[in-house]
Write a protein that binds this ligand. Sequence first.
Ligand SMILES: Cc1ncc(C[n+]2csc(CCOP(=O)(O)OP(=O)(O)O)c2C)c(N)n1
Ligand SMILES: [Mg+2]
Length: 809
Amino acid sequence: MPESTLPATGNFTEHELSFNDFRQIIINDYRIGFESRQASLLGRREVLTGKAKFGIFGDGKEVAQLAMAKAFKKGDWRAGYYRDQTFMFATGMSTLKEFFAQLYAHPDIEKDPASAGRQMNCHYATRFANPDGSWVNQAETMNCSADISTTGGHMPRLLGLAYASKLYRQNKELESLKQFSVNGNEVAFGTIGNGSTSEGIFLETFNAAGVLQVPMAISIWDDAYAISVPASLQTTKEDISEALKGFQREEGTNGYEIFKVRGWDYVALCETYAIAIELCRTQHVPVLIHVTEITQPQGHSTSGSHERYKPADRLAWELEHDCLLQMRNWMINSAIMTEQDLDELEETAKKHVRNSQREAWNELSTEIKTELEEAAALIEQLAQHSSVDELSTVASTLRATVDPGRREIISSVRKALRLTNKEDKPERKNLTDWLASELKENAERFNSKLFSDTPQSPLLVPVVPAQYNSDAKLLDGREILNAAFDAAFERDERIVAFGEDVGAIGDVNQGFAGLQAKYGDLRITDTGIRENTIIGQGMGLAMRGLKPIAEIQYLDYWIWAITVLSDDLASLSYRTRGGQKAPLIVRTRGHRLEGIWHSGSPMASLLANLRGMHICVPRNMTQAAGMYNTLLLGDEPAIVIESLNGYRLKEKLPSNIGEFTVQLGKAEVMLQGNDVTVISYGSTLRIVQEAAGELTAMGISIEIIDPQTLYPFDLDKDCVHSLQKTNKLLVVDEDVPGGGSAYILQNILEVQGGYAYLDSAPKTLCAKAHRPPYGSDGDYFTKPSIDDIIEAVYAMMHESNPAKFPAIY
Ligand SMILES: Cc1ncc(C[n+]2csc(CCOP(=O)(O)OP(=O)(O)O)c2C)c(N)n1
Ligand SMILES: [Mg+2]
């Protein structure tokens, strides 16, 4: 068979092979491995000569990845890290040219489909979300979830990707969703470096998969180092599979099948992967493949050299045990190829890699040259009609730039426009027009797709108001939620909910009470205490077409899931420029109750770390229910923070509990008033409403606005409309001073332009800077109380009219 007609990697197990077929598969593998190595070598050179910013490569891992690729099938998933280029080439999920396009940060999804130049090199992803919000047929494609740079941070997502196969296999109601799964036969392949197995998140994932028995195959590339730190300082017994032996399944127990194999032994690797993945795929037993004796020929990355920390004998050993060298020798010894033929193959491969690199570079530099030419010409034309001499220098400096980027072009144009801001010339107008259009394109290139922004965005979900029968039942807040969840589970079999105590007892506040009995434990499920992997579990399911609600038991524990929520989930759309999505709904409860870790309202931490997720702060459970209904119809991730002290308050049950929606970003004016605009949300909103009564008695009328969602914030600018009337602003929340309230102020004063309507200083009323102490007295002296609110509003009135409102104290 000629090489060009071969699949990326042939498979030894699929059919009867002649010796020649067998030989060709091996030769093809070697070629892919060798090309990959050349890409690493060339990639490093491109960084050292300044054409790329940073390089981290998969040299030394080639042979193991060729073996792994053989076991990887359509429908399967990868969640890995920056060493996996050979695997990506071998499966056809990436190409050499794309490898270089990413290295050069080409901001075009056609050139770098993984990240459109947004991620460092060797950060892989396939595109499975279409621009119209639909999914690709994942059962027909090989799938790679988008890499992140934080080592180990992808493990929880891996768990979720594997868990989806379990649900698709075991929950027969999902059988029709063929574009996501064929009977749960898909394996989720994970890769991780030996050093990163020291992360808690690895061990958390490892344990969870052992409990859940999901088709998850973790490969550990063990080069005995993590940058400069050796295994002796990383891993108990200096051997991770030895340390994890207790997870080995035994007769009658769950657990793992653990394999150990050397990274330069092609035959053993191929056998191991074939056996391990078959078991994993057919029986849903998680497997660990510990690949030892891996080398790193060029050292960790372009940031330093490994000669600094690896002893001479280790360096010599690495040279000798280079996996490609070992494979090469084996091929010669087994008469698969002669040395001379191998030399030839290698020469051709080198040229091919070089050509791919050049093409990738030229494609980017041609685009940039065109833009540079346009910009320089426009500046020169302006220079001809301008009295500013420096302009021609701006143009000539731009033309002389070595390896220019868009930064230099745009910066030169802006400089030219600054220099000529007193001149009103048509040539200047041409330049400003050109800049405006380039800025628009660059915003698309570098700043777009924080959210999926498809026609399925939750912001576009039609508004269906809650309706009430005349005899609407008055229920506890938790019962309202329970009714909404019941309706949701009834109408959409893709919805699942899980978390600590969510299953059997229906969560600690009983929002899911009775629903496990009704819908089964595959849909409403208890988990271990493992916040990061609860989120990862949800993220993986959401990527595979399910509609998960993952619960973090208390808002204070969000910090235990911050790794996955912030690094992975919130950045997913941005880092793939919309190529992937995970519409996970995170459910939690927070604000005031009792105790330092059960009364937190750390909103600023969420607002800072979760850009890319919607942040919903419903004032009661009806609003929460409407938000869930909205989010379940949309395709973007969100967190909903229910008010801890609201579950037993009475609310009227809407007659359309399963259908009504709450619009995200729509503030609600809770009370009309003229004197002070008070913005609040969640638990404090109710206290503000209570305070309004006493304030009325004091002759003060407040306007109360509930933004309902902090992200997005008040898209119709109702807050500033209110300020136009009252000219006074008070923001009340339970976060620390300068926390969530600062965010709200920034939105109203700066984004909405509210500063123009103020006739006194805007005020915030927040909790104290420390965490809330246990007990009602602790709450009173720490969080904003009704007295605090009344007095804060009164003080503003006193300031503007002391005669009418004399000081209280
Ligand atoms: C959470 C996190 N901590 C630290 C780093 C910095 N860092 C990047 S790679 C690396 C070493 C990883 O070693 P290992 O897991 O053995 O993988 P290898 O690079 O050796 O293949 C470190 C510490 C990071 N990227 N993320
Ligand atoms: Mg390592």
